[in-house]
Design a protein around this ligand. Structure first.
Ligand SMILES: [Zn+2]
Ligand SMILES: [Zn+2]
Length: 174
């Protein structure tokens, strides 16, 4: 899931997952907007989720000027965020948008046509523990007999790393 990196009071980068909720990034730390509050009503800059077909994307909405993305002023009050964009709602505080998603093990559920494992090419069966590559969407077994996902250090089809508990591979520089 996409997330925002922000620097906490202790100067350590923290990741805030982005979901359907609107996030006000004009405050530190960023806060989720609830109920009555919305852009312009106390929130100067927000990040909202939009859907383009099956692909989720996140959009920066700016009510007042002075916001910079990758060093450039955010014109027209709206910008579709891209991986590793640097956002400055406050000149002294940088936030980073990241689309990196961590792989996790889940139970595979067969639906429709047969899906084959990206490593061993055997069909995936309902009830088997499995990993879906968060970058390319290919499924892999992840069971004792067939540890197909963790068998190699990366996905067979894309550069996604297969470590499960390694945490994010991209973190803003200090
Ligand atoms: Zn397999
Ligand atoms: Zn992949």
């Amino acid at each position: 899931m996409a997330h925002l990196w922000f620097r906490g009071a202790d100067d350590v980068w923290s990741a805030m997952p982005l979901d359907e909720r609107t996030v006000d990034i004009s405050v530190r730390p960023p806060r989720l907007l609830t109920g009555e509050s919305h852009l312009g009503a106390g929130a100067r800059v927000t990040v909202v989720r939009a859907q383009a077909g099956a692909v989720p994307m996140w959009v920066l909405l700016v009510a007042e000027g002075g916001v910079r993305v990758n060093g450039h002023p955010a014109v027209a009050g709206l910008r579709v965020l891209q991986d590793r964009d640097e956002i400055r709602a406050d000149p002294n505080e940088a936030l980073f948008f990241s689309t990196e998603t961590l792989a996790h093990v889940e139970e595979f559920t067969a639906a429709g046509s047969t899906i084959y494992c990206g490593r061993c090419r055997q069909p995936m069966q309902s009830g088997q523990m499995a990993v879906r590559c968060p970058q390319c969407g290919i499924w892999y077994h992840e069971i004792e007999k067939l540890p197909c996902w963790t068998y190699s250090s990366t996905c067979s089809f894309c550069p996604q790393g297969t470590a499960l508990a390694a945490g994010y591979s991209w973190v803003p520089e200090a």
